[in-house]
Design a protein around this ligand. Structure first.
Ligand code: SF4
Length: 312
């Protein structure tokens, strides 16, 4: 049975080498279900997104941030190339999402973006937007499929209270966000995604009227996940639902209450890591730099149903 499935999949592997677009089609995938003693491994070829957390550093200090890997360093450029190449060779990923920390603080970010593109994968990036301007966009916009902005409030004081600001209290101004979004739309086909993490300080904010004026393709509402010392920013299920009630009825809004087992991520040390449903910390599954990617992914318990809701 398994040999027959491999027989079906292998020609598509070969075809991908000649028709790179096949590797870029997010809707295209083939599933092999391989039964191993004691567990089931589900392998979805070419249908995953890899989140490359290229650095931990950020110019903001949001109190609810879960991007703490206790590494406080950058992935070096060569290592980022190596992880990207291994991800491409595995044929498991149609896209690499560059995340952080704040990825725009990575000194050669346009090279990382170019390398992902050269490896025939889509590139997306998630940013707090504060460092982004037209000059920076000109370096890499043509290579991006999606830019995601993390926008947790439109109120300056709320952002400052949350730590969504620089150390001297500067927040991303709405005028700048509008200007940058317009520039992206006028100069590229890049999609704009907006993310809001619902927390104890924005839980009653009506954000929808401003969000709907922005040229977004997807608006994602996430629930603040408990992580180390961020308990005071967390909200109850009821509070989360209330926020979704007043802000979630926008076109293309996606509500994400639980992020566990729906996220494939590599940290700045090049390790594949996993978040936990019960523990506010990460587990290292192995090295994406040195280990076999397919073997590593077998160790990652993904909730396929939640994963598809998250990305489709
Ligand atoms: S902008 Fe993002 S990475 Fe930076 S502190 Fe805030 S949540 Fe964390």
């Amino acid at each position: 049975m398994f040999n027959h499935l491999i027989g079906l999949v292998y020609p598509v592997f070969l075809l991908q080498n000649f028709i790179p677009q096949l590797a870029n089609m997010s809707s295209w995938y083939i599933s092999i279900i391989k039964f191993l003693p004691g567990h089931i491994f589900v392998c979805m070829i070419g249908n995953y997104k890899l989140n490359l957390h290229i650095l931990e550093k950020c110019n903001h200090h949001c109190g609810f941030c879960f991007a703490h890997y206790h590494l406080n360093n950058f992935m070096n450029l060569d290592d980022s190339y190596k992880v990207i190449e291994k991800a491409a060779e595995s044929k498991m990923f149609y896209e690499v999402n560059i995340a952080g920390g704040e990825p725009l603080m990575f000194p050669k970010i346009e090279k990382v973006i170019q390398h992902i593109k050269d490896c025939n994968m889509n590139v997306s990036i998630i940013t707090n937007g504060s460092l982004l301007d037209e000059e920076m966009l000109d370096k890499f916009l043509h290579n991006l499929t999606t830019i995601g902005f993390s926008i947790h409030s439109f109120n300056e004081r709320t952002n400052q209270a949350l730590g969504c600001c620089t150390s001297d209290g500067k927040t991303l101004k709405l005028e700048k966000l509008i200007r940058v979004c317009d520039y992206i739309k006028k100069n590229s086909d890049c999609k704009i995604k907006l993310n809001t993490t619902v927390n104890s300080m924005n839980k009653n904010e009506l954000m929808a009227p401003i969000i709907k004026r922005l040229p977004y393709s997807r608006y994602k509402i996430l629930k603040c996940q408990e992580y180390e010392n961020n308990k005071r920013f967390c909200v109850s299920d009821q509070e989360f639902e209330n926020f979704c009630k007043i802000n979630g009825n926008l076109p293309n809004a996606v509500i994400e209450k639980d992020m566990h087992s729906t996220y494939i991520m590599v940290n700045p040390a090049g390790d594949l890591i996993q978040n936990h449903p019960t523990k506010p910390e990460y587990t290292t599954l192995g090295s994406a730099l040195n280990d076999n990617f397919l073997e590593l992914l077998k160790k990652l318990p993904l909730n396929e149903e939640l994963y598809r809701t998250r990305y489709n």
